[in-house]
Design a binder for this molecule. Structure first.
Ligand SMILES: [Zn+2]
Ligand SMILES: [Zn+2]
Length: 556
């Protein structure tokens, strides 16, 4: 880390711990002196090929934990997992107040309850235009629109000036709840002077404006009108407004709705209780009751938009769902974006549904989804409204951050006012200057079951090797002089099917014994090394595979 600036001038540091360099695990620290707050605390779902067996990935909190005495609060922008999902891991190690809007806190509460942390958590509700004093900061939530309701950006007054963080946003002038983004407040902040703007880069590649959620409703209405059979609609369980549109259309067309998927049921219950979701009386029915109705009166609202193997939608497509059989004349709508990496699984589900005779609408063949993130013209408008002195693109892979930096230049920000930084690289701002301060501890902490951070690169590489080429274990019992008393016993997983390859195993056993005799190794380590080498060579020659070899040498 570079040396601190001269003590004469106060400085504030923005330190991204996650979300700059990837989409996921969003967390940004704002630090003034010894005091700091965090914006969001999210997780990332790993690519299963890259990280086999890993449940999720969270940011490295060690810098914030080292400063825990001055760690004042976490401010949440909205309830998506990439913004709230790591809180349970943070709260296990530090007691920090959590601020969020009502729906965000309701979703956080669900998660914390699952982890047994709800009782001890200090959750504080905030609403747009509140002013919250914490340490040297005054934080104001600002209403934005996004693919989940109750999303906000933040204006943070600091000793050196105002920092605006947009959170995830789009500029939807006709949102379903009639609560558009607070354009006025963003402009007013711009008028008074914004020192730093951090803005969502996710959709920087898309020209034009992002369309309104209401447009999707109009399109869905057309599709519902034409439908003569059952309708199955899959969407993200957190997309309350999309769910609202389906419920409203169902009532209009005198259909009843059954919910499929745990998260769908949970989120509908939570947001109906908060009054965010309006559920017409008698509209929701259990699946058994729905099945008793004529097909043209049925709607199934389901999760599984990414073709996840055990999701309701995938089971329906495979004809394996216990209670729902897709038939000719059914309409299936996948009302969601394709998360990169899921194209093949979704494709498989779509093909299977079509084979069953259903009509299938999805992002590419019908207008049944709209993004929750701002496109180029929206992003330019945000830059123009806030007119920041300094700009930091956030929420994106490097290509998105770079694209957003270039976009900012087109609206007149000079390159020295734009900070293209990634996780672990901070930006220090004073009233008159800004500079990069590198070297904060950062990284992706892997969570597998109950283990947090105990899986490193070596374990991951082993898992990849195991997944690719399998495992061979060789057990030997030796005496103190290294003479073989029993074995070698050979077991393998994912290399060859042992039962059908007895002859091959005999050969392998012989090869191990021959190599051991020639090597004349006497201690356990040396014998293990010889065994490993012999097995690798044998398998490589026969199959050109490189399994993980696990010698188990017992000395008696
Ligand atoms: Zn989001
Ligand atoms: Zn996000």
């Amino acid at each position: 880390m570079e040396s601190p600036p001269p003590a004469t001038e106060p400085a504030v540091r923005l330190i991204p711990l996650g979300g700059l360099g990837e989409i996921g695990l969003n967390m940004m620290l704002v630090e003034s002196g010894d005091e700091l707050i965090a914006i969001d605390c999210g997780l990332m779902f790993p690519d299963p090929d890259e990280m086999p067996g890993i449940d999720h990935v969270i940011p490295d909190f060690s810098y914030a934990l080292a400063k825990r005495d001055g760690f004042r609060a976490v401010f949440l922008t909205h309830g998506h997992e990439d913004h709230i999902g790591a809180l349970s891991y943070l709260l296990r190690r530090a007691q920090v107040p959590i601020y969020g809007t009502p729906l965000t806190l309701a979703l956080v509460s669900e998660r914390l309850r699952e982890h047994g942390l709800l009782e001890s958590a200090d959750l504080r509700s905030m609403r747009p235009r509140d002013r919250i004093e914490v340490g040297p900061f005054r934080v104001e939530p600002i209403r934005v629109t996004h693919s989940i309701v109750d999303g906000i950006g933040l204006a943070i007054d600091t000793p050196v000036g105002t920092i605006v963080h947009t959170g995830d946003f789009k500029l939807d002038a006709t949102p379903l709840d009639g609560d558009p983004p607070d354009y006025y407040r963003f402009a007013e902040l711009g008028e008074h002077g914004v020192l730093v703007l951090c803005s969502d880069s996710t959709n920087v590649d898309r020209p034009g404006h992002t369309r309104s959620e209401s447009d999707v409703g109009r399109a869905l209405r057309g599709h519902f009108q034409g439908a003569t059979g059952r309708i199955v609609l899959a969407t993200f369980a957190s997309h309350i407004h999309r769910i609202q549109q389906v419920l409203t259309l169902a009532a209009e067309h005198d259909r009843r709705v059954a919910l499929l998927g745990m998260s769908m049921q949970k989120n509908v219950t939570v947001s109906a209780a908060l009054g965010i979701l309006k559920v017409p009386e008698g509209l929701l029915v259990p699946l058994e009751d729905l099945n008793a109705l004529p097909r043209e009166r049925q709607i199934i609202l389901s999760t599984g938009t990414q073709g996840e193997p055990n999701s309701a939608l995938a089971l329906m497509a495979a004809g394996e769902h216990k209670y729902v059989q897709i038939e000719r004349g059914d309409l299936v709508v996948i009302s969601a974006r394709v998360i990169p990496g899921h194209e093949r699984t979704i494709g498989r589900v779509v093909n299977a549904l079509l084979r069953l005779g259903a009509e299938v609408l999805y992002d590419d063949n019908a207008f049944v989804h709209v993004s929750g993130h701002a496109s180029q013209e929206d992003l330019k408008l945000m830059l123009n409204l806030t007119r920041p002195r300094y700009f930091i693109p956030v929420h994106g892979e490097y290509r998105h951050l770079l694209g957003h930096a270039r976009l900012a230049e087109t609206v007149g920000l000079t390159p020295e006012r734009i900070f293209l930084v990634e996780d672990g690289v901070g930006v220090e701002v004073t009233k008159t200057a800004a500079r990069v301060v590198g070297g904060y501890p950062t990284g992706r902490v892997l969570v597998d079951g109950k283990g947090v951070g105990d899986i490193g690169a070596v374990v991951l590489r082993d898992r990849q090797l195991l997944a690719q080429d399998g495992l061979v274990s060789v057990s030997l019992v030796i005496d103190r002089a290294g003479a073989i008393l029993a074995g070698p016993e050979i077991a393998s997983r994912g290399v060859v099917y042992v039962k059908e390859n007895e002859a091959l195993l005999d050969e392998l056993r012989a090869a191990i014994l021959t190599t051991l005799a020639a090597a004349a190794a006497t201690d356990r380590e040396a014998i293990a090394a010889v065994v490993r080498g012999a097995v690798r060579q044998f398998i490589n020659q026969r199959f050109q595979r490189k399994p993980v070899v696990l010698p188990v040498i017992l000395e008696v």
